[in-house]
Design a protein. Structure first.
Length: 577
């Protein structure tokens, strides 16, 4: 953790840089603005506690955190513009208690977060049910080979990648509350239309369309959730957001065991009913989402919800607590588009490239076994029903490791420390897989592959990492898309590791050495990449500390008043690592 103190006139600005957040806080002496009500004690001043001993506050004490809005000078610098949709609820003198804040956050969790979970659940239902379809002779029915399946997955990832940035541009222009439900309705039609697949061409076409329609959904939702939560609250909400991924795969595996029994009904394959029914479910969720996503914390009233979700007092608390945590969140309103110039500026920010590089490579060692899990289990001799049920343990393990590792990133205050553990998890298991032969027991194979595919899904941690290091709303919007594009490139690489000619000729499993050796090499390279990233960001922070501390208080204030540096290029910004 690094802390840089600067004092200019009667404002003491503290830049607290730990591994979980790059947070700018202003601690204002009591005499800096005598007319302003006193803010509550800063939660950042207390000594850090173990996660099992969360700090307890007197419920009726002031929860309002000190910020730049407590000083008349910095208040005008950071005052939200009139165009911002929540400006009418901004009040720098507003104070509220911990009891009020806890109630508001709980209400946001119920109204906003639960439905976000359901929407992401629907996304994963439609993009992962092809794994269950594989257990019902999907490839044979359409006359497809493993390479055709690889090509379909590659095209899906490519189209998903290409749609990321355009989707974000549309979302920022018309609002995620309009665009996200529209996306869901569009892709649900494509998903349910897979009932009528006939050949390789139709398979590849639907893979492309699904990728185009679903691309951008995740960064759109991350941006939307940031309207309601502070930086310290968002990472753990994202962990539960991504937990819906595993919930979808677990439930899909269980329901597929029943739906695939419809094979033969009406002369149709069971996998056709799987696509049809789950696509219809997503269509229903998409339609309801138009009514469940208010544009902002202060725009929940509408013709079908005349009283809204929140009272005026609750809106004041929501708006001011988020702004005090991050004043940059008022930089853009929720119907303001992004310029192409801004997009290129963010893309050329070399300080973000290490995070993007990790997005490309970090999941490659574990994704091929995950993609082919159901095919591997079928080739081991398990039936369709057994295969779907045997795929559940890896999802349960993955769900728990996801939550554990996301909490771990907060506990140890280290992004690198939490995310590099995925590589250490995978490496010994991949080496074991590499040593397997035709004589290896099917159950031993099952256990090792299940552990590999139950890997700790540290993607949410890296999404929050990219968001924190990009700093402002406009740059976060673009960097989230770029990071997710890199993540889809990761999937494209992963989809081509196992090839048709890499199969064992007798068992048809991936026991030959080439593919698994490639995974081992990439896993080892990732460990080196994470270590280099740690020293990269530590080096930048150390250099900035040295320069900043060499300036006088007057020079520091003059820099803040006159600099054209923005966001993470400012000399007083510290990167998390």
């Amino acid at each position: 953790m690094s802390t840089v103190l600067t004092k200019a006139e009667d404002v003491i600005e503290v830049i607290v840089c730990d591994e979980s957040k790059a947070t700018k806080e202003a601690y204002i002496p009591e005499d800096s603005n005598p007319e302003a009500p006193t803010a509550g004690s800063s939660v950042r001043q207390a000594k850090r506690r173990p996660f099992w001993r969360k700090p307890k506050y007197e419920l009726d004490s002031i929860a309002t955190q000190p910020s730049v809005f407590d000083d008349p000078v910095t208040l005008e610098i950071y005052r939200p513009p009139a165009a911002w949709e929540n400006t009418h609820r901004f009040d720098p003198s507003a104070r509220w208690t911990w009891r009020e804040e806890y109630r508001v956050v709980k209400k946001i969790d119920v109204r906003i977060m639960i439905w976000a979970f359901i929407m992401f659940f629907s996304l994963d239902l439609d993009r992962s049910n092809i794994s269950q379809a594989n257990t019902d002779n999907f490839l044979n029915d359409l006359g497809l080979t493993t390479n055709d399946f690889n090509l379909g997955n590659t095209l899906f990832k490519l189209c998903f990648l290409l749609a990321e940035l355009p989707s974000q541009l549309i979302s920022k222009r018309i609002g995620p509350d309009v665009w996200v439900p529209s996306q869901m309705v569009l892709w649900s039609f494509v998903s349910l239309s897979q009932f009528w697949l006939t050949n390789r061409a139709s398979f590849l076409a639907t893979r492309c369309l699904l990728g185009f329609m679903q691309g951008g959904f995740i960064p759109d939702m991350v941006l939307y959730l940031s309207y309601f939560y502070t930086k310290s609250e968002l990472p753990l909400r994202l962990a539960w957001f991504w937990a819906s991924n595993y919930a979808a795969e677990i439930i899909s595996a269980l329901t597929a065991s029943a739906i695939l029994r419809l094979r033969g009904v009406g002369g149709q394959a069971g996998w056709r009913y799987l696509f049809l029914l789950e696509g219809c479910l997503t269509l229903l969720v998409g339609i309801i989402s138009f009514f469940m996503m208010p544009p902002s914390p202060t725009q929940t009233k509408t013709w079908f919800r005349p009283k809204g979700w929140f009272t005026e007092r609750e809106e004041v608390v929501m708006v001011n607590r988020v702004l005090r945590d991050d004043p940059s969140k008022s930089d853009m309103h929720n119907r303001e588009g992004l310029s192409i110039k801004m997009v290129f500026k963010v893309f050329l920010d070399w300080r973000m490239w290490p995070v993007y590089m990790m997005g490309i490579l970090h999941m490659v060692p574990v994704q091929p076994p995950q993609t082919y899990l159901t095919l591997i289990l079928r080739n081991l001799g398990f039936s369709t029903t057994e295969t779907n049920l045997l795929s559940v343990p890896s999802k349960v393990i993955g769900l728990f490791t996801l939550l554990i590792f996301c909490y771990l990133s907060e506990i140890i205050d280290s992004r690198v420390g939490a995310t590099i553990l995925l590589q250490f998890w995978a490496l010994p298991l991949l080496i074991a897989l590499y040593t397997f032969t035709e004589q290896t027991s099917s159950w031993v194979y099952f256990v090792v592959v299940t552990l590999i595919t139950g890997f700790p899904y540290i993607h949410p941690v890296q999404v929050a990492w990219a968001s924190t290091n990009s700093y402002s709303v406009s740059t976060r919007t673009v960097s989230a898309s770029i990071y997710n594009m890199c993540y889809q490139a990761d999937g494209m690489i992963s989809a081509n590791i196992y090839r048709e000619d890499d199969k064992d000729p007798d068992t048809h499993n991936y026991l030959d050495k080439r593919g698994n050796l490639a995974l081992i090499v990439i896993c080892a390279a990732n460990i080196v990449l994470y270590i280099l990233t740690y020293f990269f960001y530590k080096g930048i922070n150390k250099r900035r500390d040295r320069v900043w501390n060499s300036w006088t208080a007057k020079e520091q204030q003059e820099y803040l008043d006159t600099t054209r540096d923005e966001g993470n290029t400012k000399m007083n910004f510290r990167f998390v690592y």
